[in-house]
Design a protein around this ligand. Structure first.
Ligand code: NAD
Length: 484
């Protein structure tokens, strides 16, 4: 292990303290750029989850948290945002080591976006409002937006920091308390965030982190009767299991699940711009992006030209050490991800797709794979239907707008979609026809905290970000006053 990658063993964060798992178990955390052990993490038990939930339940009614004025709560979230920036270099380093993300992105996107997430919801705290209703001559009524109580979140390995903050910031802004279970492969940024939040003055118990595996820690959170809301981000298969687990308690669930984004290129699109956007859509975060544009649908008249341009860009892209500031593409985040990608590359070839670029793991330690391009992909192939979650882009030809929309909508998923055209009318018409929670026009993955995102169909339900993201963490009370 090089000095640059040195990280101390990490523990659970419960009731404002770091502590070992109840049975003392530890598991390795692996650096995907080398395959070496970076440190060990405490492996939480059901009892640890119960302790964390009890701590959050106590904090929910404590004067230190529930007694804060809205202004004080907002200021606390702003202090957390500042503290994230002050500790941003270490937070970015940990995220790069843990996930394999290039440091240029963790410093330039993940960490600033985390700070801005807290600022955005801090700005909403004093704007939480209900409505006055004139209910008749005998009474009037008003509504209050109240917190839910103890919220739990389960997050995946690909954006550990940001997908946690998308939930923590609105949940705390609404006045809830929180238990987070990060993915077992990538616990480091969540635990460091706990430390940052605590040092910024968040009272003990308001935010807790229990690391460990899904079937033990995650499932206990889903089943726990005192967890009143579960915010899950992960695969559709796990999401379905969790929803079934949670059903016994009637908790509110939001489910941000998998995707198979279609990126449509019409004949009138600007091909220079499309080449850049299509590349980013498919290969950002080594393709481990729920909203990736992994299916490029291209009008026949521009197909050959676009494929030739994309092939050149892909062949000029090299993978590298995530901590090197020049690296634009890192490894897959863990061994199973690399195996998954090589499996899908073999499957695409067996199905008859044409390999145009890449196609192989990279011969170096760690979990690297070349960015890969397939053409002659038909919509029925498994490579065009199933989520690869890696650096694999498929190209499918279409002739009419109707055909493009039918192919785009022809998978079980409905998370993100994109379209590239010079025609304003076509852009709005097709955007309305696409079955996806977010549609990007002449761009891809332009995120704003004010723009909600979430899934249609098998990509889940509920929304993150925007005012809608705050409402997911509130319940509505009506108060009716007798004026007779
Ligand atoms: P995953 O479903 O394997 O795991 C996600 C989380 O669920 C992890 O913390 C895991 O420990 C936990 N988990 C696993 N089994 C569990 C169980 N039985 N009970 C409770 N918890 C359990 O997903 P992943 O491989 O970490 O992430 C990749 C998936 O996440 C992809 O499908 C991707 O599209 C999706 N994703 C969706 C979004 C979105 O916003 N829609 C964002 C990022 C990733």
């Amino acid at each position: 292990m090089s000095t640059a990658n040195a990280v101390q063993d990490v523990q659970l964060f419960i009731d404002g303290q770091f502590r070992p798992a109840a049975d003392g178990q530890l598991r390795d955390v692996i650096d995907p750029a080398t395959g070496a052990v970076v440190c060990r993490q405490a492996w939480g038990t059901v009892g640890d989850v119960d302790d964390a939930v009890e701590s959050a339940a106590r904090a929910f009614v404590s004067p230190q948290w529930s007694g804060l004025t809205l202004k004080q709560r907002a200021r606390l979230l702003l202090r957390i945002a500042d503290a994230i920036e002050e500790d941003g270099a270490e937070l970015a380093r940990l995220e790069s080591i843990d996930v394999g993300k290039p440091i240029i992105f963790t410093q330039g996107f993940d960490v600033p976006q985390a700070a801005e997430g807290f600022r955005y919801y801090a700005g909403m705290v004093e704007q939480i409002e209900g409505a006055m209703r004139q209910a008749g001559t005998r009474s009037f009524g008003y509504t209050r937006r109240e917190p839910l109580g103890v919220v739990a979140a389960i997050t995946p390995f690909n954006f550990p920091l940001n997908l946690a903050v998308n939930k923590i910031a609105p949940a705390l802004a609404a006045g809830n308390t929180f238990v987070l279970k990060p993915a077992e492969q990538t616990p480091l940024s969540s635990l460091y965030l706990a430390d940052i939040m605590s040092r910024a003055g968040l009272p003990a118990g308001v935010f807790n982190v229990v690391t460990g595996d899904g079937p033990t820690v995650g499932a206990r959170l889903a089943r726990h009767p005192r967890v009143i809301k579960l915010a899950f981000t992960g695969s559709t298969a796990t999401g379905k299991k969790l929803i079934a687990e949670a059903a016994g308690t009637l908790k509110k669930v939001t489910a941000e699940l998998g995707g198979k984004g279609a990126n449509i290129v019409f004949a009138d699109a600007d091909l220079d711009a499309v080449t850049q956007w299509a590349f980013q859509a498919a290969f950002f975060n080594t393709g481990q992006f729920c909203m990736s544009g992994s299916r490029l649908l291209v009008h026949r008249s521009v197909h050959d030209e676009l494929v030739s341009r994309l092939t050149k860009v892909i062949e000029a892209t090299s993978v590298g050490d995530p901590l090197d500031p020049a690296t634009m593409m890192g490894p897959l985040a863990h061994r199973a991800q690399l195996d998954r990608v090589t499996g899908y590359v073999a499957l695409a070839q067996a199905e008859g797709a044409t390999l145009r670029a890449g196609g192989n793991p990279v011969d170096r330690p760690g979990f690297f794979h070349e960015p890969t391009l397939f053409t002659e992909v038909t919509p029925d192939m498994r490579i065009a239907q199933e989520e690869v979650f890696g650096p694999v882009l498929t190209v499918t030809v279409f002739d009419t707008d109707e055909e493009a929309v039918a192919i785009a909508n022809g998978t079980p998923y409905g998370l993100a979609a994109g379209l590239h055209t010079a025609s304003l009318t076509r852009a709005h018409r097709v955007a309305a026809q696409l079955a996806a929670g977010i549609v990007w026009v002449n761009t891809w993955a332009m995120f704003e905290n004010s723009i909600p995102f979430g899934g249609y169909k098998d990509s889940g339900y509920g929304r993150e970000l925007g005012p809608e993201g705050l409402q997911e963490y509130q319940q509505l009370k009506s108060v009716v006053v007798n004026v007779e």
